[in-house]
Write a protein that binds this ligand. Structure first.
Ligand SMILES: *Cc1c(COP(=O)(O)O)cnc(C)c1O
Length: 348
């Protein structure tokens, strides 16, 4: 058996094991995971036990997930279902689609935007894959396909390559993307064979997902090296999480480490307004202040976009603290990195 499958077979998911592993009562564990299932593989479990809260919080079921406070929050705030022409595919932006090709993950992230589905309603079958592919083939506007799930890299190599090569065969599809948390949570899955399979489908980008410097282990470094050496451009979609990484020093260190790993920080996501994840959400001001601070300290090489996926299916936006004073007026000015206001006139 492949090493990564062996590791996965040691995962915990039952209430008793989860309670014991994370210091919950059995009743607490079962109340939470009967609503939102849990799965933690032994690699990430050990790492989390060593690193403490910032990693534990990401995978430990928490009674806050099911507190009544959550009941008023939507399950699908960003409207993935309302823009879904066929099951497991979201066509929200004309030129690109989100295509869920796996219903499994290597760990269940408690802050998951799709926690309404993953481990619950989400079913990927040969039929849903076929329907998705047929939909993409039939819409010439789609030039960019983002595979997600679940985690696409939980599929075996042949299945991944089959889906990718079918997409590659469509003339209008220019780029392929794979969104995955694998390098952070099950880096052993990234084998030379997988890297070669992905590399054959170029141009293909991999969006990895690191939230904390402690996730960058020697194993994770090896996984990223394999992908980068195979010529696969990588970027990270980090989620801003209260109590985990909502700190400019920590994020600066994370983003620098990622750049050194040949991973460009792409997004810093605000947690979506989604039922069951409210305890991870930071005030908008916090994210803006962190970005402002990072702008001052670091090169754009290490600077992601701060991204907010709006409720009511409003789409993604990239708010920035305004650097402009008196926009369009004769006294228009820009705020310099040291905080001074410098007049910046428009052309005469
Ligand atoms: C975020 C997202 C994409 C990809 O968008 P980029 O901003 O180009 O990375 C595609 N479809 C949906 C539904 C999304 O939410």
């Amino acid at each position: 058996m492949a090493i990564w499958k062996e590791i996965m077979s040691g995962s915990i998911r039952e209430a008793g094991d989860i309670a014991q592993a994370f210091g919950l009562t059995r009743a607490q564990a079962s109340a939470v995971i009967s609503r939102y299932p849990a799965l933690v593989n032994p690699y990430f479990r050990r790492l989390a036990e060593e690193a403490g809260d910032p990693l534990l919080l990401q995978v430990r079921p928490d009674p806050s997930e099911i507190s009544p406070l959550n009941d008023s929050l939507p399950e699908d705030p960003i409207g993935e279902e309302s823009f879904s022409p066929v099951p497991n595919l979201t066509h929200r932006y004309p030129d690109r689609v989100l295509f869920l090709v796996s219903d499994r993950c290597a760990v269940t992230c408690r802050f998951c935007t799709r926690k309404r589905k993953v481990g619950r309603g989400l079913r990927v079958t040969p039929q849903t894959i076929r329907e998705g592919l047929r939909y993409i083939a039939g819409d010439g506007r789609i030039r960019d396909v983002l595979l997600s799930g679940g985690d696409p890299l939980m599929l075996v190599d042949d299945s991944i390559e089959d889906i990718l090569s079918r997409l590659r065969g469509m003339d209008h599809v220019e780029i392929l993307r794979v969104g995955t948390r694998i390098p952070a949570v099950l880096p052993q899955r990234v084998t030379p064979e997988l890297a070669a399979a992905l590399s054959r489908q170029r141009p293909l980008y991999v969006h990895v997902h690191f939230n904390h410097p402690a996730e960058i282990t020697p194993e994770a470094v090896l996984a990223c090296d394999l992908l980068a050496d195979a010529g696969i451009p990588m970027s990270s979609q980090t989620v801003l999480l209260a109590g985990v990484n909502d700190d400019p020093d920590l994020l600066e260190s994370l983003f620098r480490k990622l750049v050194a790993l040949r991973v460009r920080p792409y997004y810093l996501f605000q947690v979506d307004v989604v039922r069951g994840t409210e305890h991870f959400r930071t005030p908008l001001r916090r994210g803006l202040q962190i970005m402002e601070e990072l702008h001052r300290r670091t090169s754009p090489m290490a600077l992601p976009y701060f991204a907010v996926d709006l409720p009511m299916a409003g789409g993604k936006v990239f708010p920035a603290l305004h650097h402009v004073v008196a926009l369009g007026r004769p006294d228009q000015a820009l705020i310099a990195p040291d905080g001074t206001t410098i007049p910046y006139p428009d052309p005469l």
